[in-house]
Each structure stands twice: as C-alpha cells, then as structure tokens.
Design a protein around this ligand. Structure first.
Ligand code: ADP
Ligand code: MG
Length: 560
C-alpha cells in the first residue's frame, strides 16, 4: 500500500460525530438503515451512469448489497457493488459535510434521543451514524471504471481525524467495516441484523443478502439468502398493499420518521404508461422554503431509478409532495435537459398535479381536520400556486384559506367560498387588507368603515398573501379588491342617508383639502375627504393600479 496520510475532519463533522455518539444510543440500530440506503444509492448511480457507458459494469451487472458479521473479529460489514468512490470523493463525502442542512440539523437536536435519531436520515448525515455502534470504521472503496490499483482505504475512530491510503481493490464498489464498541454485541447476531433490515429497508428495490446462518452440521459454508422483499412496491396492485406497507415505503423515500397524511397510487395505461405513487407528508421538511430543494418526486424508467427531481415532475408550489413516478415509455438514458421539453413528462406532470389537487379538494370537503393540519403546514407554499400555475388557479383558489374579520383569528380557516356565502346582498367584490403581520392587518385603519358596515375583509399578514391575491385577481367572477386601493366605492352598499351625509362633509371640508394640497404639494397625488375612517384622523392610500403599500416596501427592501 502507498503511504498513509492523516487528515482532520471539518469542524462540523467533529461536532456532529460527538453529538451522534453521545445522544443516539437508544436508536443505535439506525446505522444499518443509513449504510444500506447509501449502498442502494450507490447502485442506482452506477446504473444511471452505465446507461451511457456499459463498461462501468466491468462484467458484473448484478447489483446488490451484502451484510455480514464476524463474531471473532467483532465486525459488521456492509458492502455494495455500486458506483464506488475515488480518493477525492472519499475526502469530500466522508471528511466534510457539503450540505447546508447540517447546521440546521445540529440546531434542531432536542436532546430527546428518539426524536434526534429520526432527524438523522432527513438531514443526510447518515454515514456518520456508523460511529454510534463502532469505535473504528474502515471504508474500502473503488470507483467503477478505474484500475484496481486505485482503491482507497479510509479509516477513523471518529474522534478528530481519519487516515487515507491507496490500496489494490479488485472489486468495484464500497465496503464499510464497523469495528463494534464493547457494548454492541447485539449486532453480532444474524437474527437481530435481519430484523433491523426488514424493519427499515424492506422496500429497497435491490436484494440485500446475508449468508445463511450456519447450523453447525453442514460441511461447507452455507450459501446466501435475500433478506428483504426487494421488489418495487409501486408495481404491485393497490389491493395487495397494506397501509403499513405504504407507510414504510413513504418513510423510506421521503426520509421521514412519521407516516404520510395521505397518498395517491395510480396506474395509467395506454398511449402513455406509467405508475405514480405520490404522498403528502404530515410534517414540513427543514428546507421547505428553499425553493431549490431537490428530492421531491423520484423518476424511474422501467423500475430503474433515474433521478430525483422536483421541478420537472411537480411544480414548485407542490414541492412538499413526495413519491415516485415510473414510466414505461421514456428512454432509459433520459437526461435533465431532455426532461425539460418532453411532452410525456409534461403530460405526466399535469395529470399528477390534477391528482394532488383532487385529493386536497376531497380532503377539504370530507376530512376538514386533516385539511386544517395540511393547511397549517403547507398552506404558505400552496399560496405560490396562482402565480405559478395560471391554468389551475381557480382550483388552487378554492383550496386557499385565509384569516378574516369574520373571526379576527390568526388561524387561517376562511375559504373564498365561505367568504362569498357571507357577502352582503349587493356586495360584488371580495375585500382584503394586507400588512406586515396579522395583527397589523387586523388593526388596519382601512378596516373601520368595513367593520362599521359589517362587511367581511380578508386579513393578509404575509407577503406571499399579497403575491397570491394579486395573481388571482378574481374568484368565481368576484374581483379581489384591496381596501386601501383607489376610491373606495362601496356602491350599492351605501344607503341613501350615508350618501347625503358624504356630500355634506365633502363641501364642508373643501377649504381644508385645498390647503392640504397646497402644503403637501408633489409629495402626494391628491388629497381626498375619506369616508373610510370612522376613528383614525387620516391614512395613506394608493391608486387602484399601483402595488399596495406593503408590496412597495417589500420591493424596495429587495432593491427595486
Ligand atoms: P447522504 O446519503 O444523505 O448523501 P451520507 O452521510 O449517508 O449522506 O453519505 C454521504 C455521501 O457519501 C453520499 O452522498 C455518497 O456520495 C457517499 N457515500 C456514502 N456511502 C457510499 C457508498 N456505499 N458508495 C458510494 N458512495 C457512498
Ligand atoms: Mg445516506
């Protein structure tokens, strides 16, 4: 072997290792789920790269994962014949944490071991969970397609540093050897390992094999057996899949520790054949508001994993949807560029959007409690919908929930249909007010006249609300009107008495208005006697076609 080099872990890795080892003792078996999921990813990646370059298989195209233990040596070994890593890959992947999620992860640790353990998979810091059970970890890896002499051996005790050396590795792929801590004997047991694999990794679509347990009577070493189901759950018929199986599958694809809120499983046959299995989670991922986050819906072509890519398969306003789409018709070597303008993908996407909207609609109708919980978790994301998906904006609008003066509560539970049902007899518009916060909206001086007349107003306290209603424009033939815009014409809502009084006031204040116009000059467009205010002496309004005040502030803050 070439000379051995010692390198330091990045600070974050050291922090993480420390936390992991000290706080996750009670969930120690998750190390196996994490290492198997990495092995499975590595096989998926090889399969994908080999679509362009068959030689990467090096004559061995039967991809799989192997788990073994050695009582004497006190080791558990997880190996795969996937893509493997070269020296730079190893330094990058096992010595640093490239993802921004790690700091979030560390911040979110609660000290509650069960909860913290569940965060691990979600944050993609899985490999380091090896150190929960191992006092020393060895990784032997060789990248597919490089010579056997370019294997890499990585080793660490998880304290502060690791060593690297170049070694000869005839076999492509990765082998992770865990030298167990003294109190981890339970994993030197074939039944315990099988149980953990079946609990967490049953739906991995590759075979996970283990040597058969020896009975002590055989002459030769017993052969291997496949431990997991190793079949693509989504290909089975709905009626044969139990809720528990759907939930377990969801947890695996979404890296979630809780089951989903609901799921949609459809098989489409005909011109375009595909299967989709889509889930709406219960909880939001930590990076929900990162609009670039990948990992939403995974694309498969004839059972082969192609890529995880939220954008081409789901619009951004549905980026919380998780699951898989498996197409029979796309070419296996489909690239990201190709997906962008692919008519089949477009069709699959619009049908999938429709399914999600259908499900949300029926949930809103039939399971109001579930819908309320969905809304409080993902409502803010759905509000991006009218701007992004013009074609579906009426349907999205039906799903929106707002706060309003009807309850004056911050809980968003008023639909536009609720609002319309409560409109005054001659009311033709849906009124809303926007502000920087709910309480500012609720206390807006613009509302005085509306409250006095008993006209409901939607209270929008989030910039995305304004974005949303501006793009919506109208719903069910009713204009959405900002209470602060232009000349408030409450039209037929005024009674005759009010009108007479208004004219009287206007004449009375004419001299004052003229003086104010003189004083304020160019700083305002004009000064009007207002009938909106009943308690406050004055307020700012904007012209009908200008952005409302808070939007102007937002744009200013963003440098416009
Ligand atoms: P994640 O799987 O979320 O990326 P991990 O900590 O589990 O995070 O793994 C870090 C990285 O190490 C992986 O993204 C991958 O690039 C690399 N890696 C880990 N295990 C393997 C393996 N068995 N084969 C190839 N690469 C691996
Ligand atoms: Mg991983």
């Amino acid at each position: 072997a070439a000379q051995k080099e010692t390198l330091e872990f990045q600070t974050e890795v050291r922090q993480l290792l420390h936390l992991m080892v000290h706080s996750l003792y009670s969930s120690r078996e998750i190390f196996l789920r994490e290492l198997i999921s990495n092995a499975s990813d590595a096989c998926d990646r090889l399969r994908f790269d080999a679509l362009k370059d068959e030689s990467l298989y090096e004559g061995d195209g039967e991809l799989g994962i192997r788990v073994e233990y050695d009582k004497e040596a006190r080791t558990v070994t997880i190996s795969d014949n996937g893509i493997g890593m070269n020296r730079d890959d190893v330094i990058e992947n096992l010595g640093t944490i490239a993802r921004s999620g790690t700091q979030h992860f560390i911040n979110q640790l609660t000290g509650d071991q069960a909860k913290d353990a569940k965060l691990i998979g979600q944050f993609g810091v899985g490999f380091y969970s090896s150190f929960i059970v191992a006092q020393r970890v060895e990784v032997l890896s060789r990248r597919a397609g490089v010579p056997a002499s370019e294997g890499v051996r990585w080793e660490s005790d998880g304290e502060g540093a690791y060593t690297l050396e170049t070694v000869e590795l005839p076999r492509r792929g990765t082998q992770v050897i865990l030298h167990l801590r003294d109190d981890m004997d339970e994993f030197l047991d074939g039944y315990r390992l099988r149980q953990v694999i079946r609990t967490y990794s049953d739906h991995i679509s590759l075979p996970i094999v283990m040597p058969k347990e020896a009975t002590g009577e055989e002459d030769e070493a017993p052969g291997d057996e496949t431990v997991n189901k190793a079949s693509a759950l989504w290909m089975r018929s709905k009626t044969e899949i139990s809720d528990d199986e759907y939930e377990a599958f969801y947890k695996q694809v979404a890296h979630d520790f809780e089951g989903p809120l609901t799921w949609m499983h459809n098989k489409v046959e005909g011109n375009l054949s595909y299967v989709s299995l889509l889930f709406i989670p219960k909880r939001a991922p930590f990076d929900l508001f990162n609009r670039e986050q990948p990992n939403g819906v995974h694309l498969y072509v004839r059972r082969v994993f192609i890529m995880d890519d939220a954008e081409h398969l789901m619009p951004r306003y549905l980026r919380f949807v998780r699951g898989i789409i498996d197409s029979d018709d796309l070419p296996l070597n489909v690239s990201r560029e190709l997906l962008q303008h692919n008519r089949q993908i477009e069709k699959i996407k619009s049908a999938s959007v429709k399914r999600v909207l259908d499900r949300l609609e029926s949930m809103a109708e039939k399971e109001p409690e579930n819908y309320a919980s969905f809304w409080s978790t993902f409502g803010r994301v759905l509000k991006e919908g009218p701007a992004e998906d013009f074609g579906n904006r009426e349907r999205i609008a039906k799903l929106l929930r707002f706060s309003s003066t009807h309850t004056d509560s911050e809980t968003e539970n008023v639909s536009l249909d609720d609002y319309i049902a409560r409109m005054k007899e001659n009311q033709t518009s849906i009124y809303y007010v926007t502000a920087d916060s709910f309480s500012a909206a609720k206390n807006s001086p613009h509302l005085e006249i509306f409250r006095k007349k008993g006209i409901e107003v939607l209270l929008l306290g989030d910039p995305v609300d304004e974005w949303c209603v501006t793009h919506l424009g109208e719903y069910n033939g009713k204009q959405l009107v900002h209470v602060a815009k232009g000349d408030l014409d409450l039209g037929d809502l005024d009674d005759a008495e009010d009108k007479e009084e208004r004219e009287k006031t206007e004449t009375e204040y004419k001299p004052l208005v003229e003086r104010l116009e003189g004083v304020l000059g160019d700083r305002v467009k004009n000064v009007r006697v207002s009938h909106r205010l009943t308690d406050s002496p004055s307020c700012l309004v904007v012209e009908e076609h200008e952005f409302a005040v808070s939007m102007q502030r937002m744009l200013k803050a963003a440098g416009h």
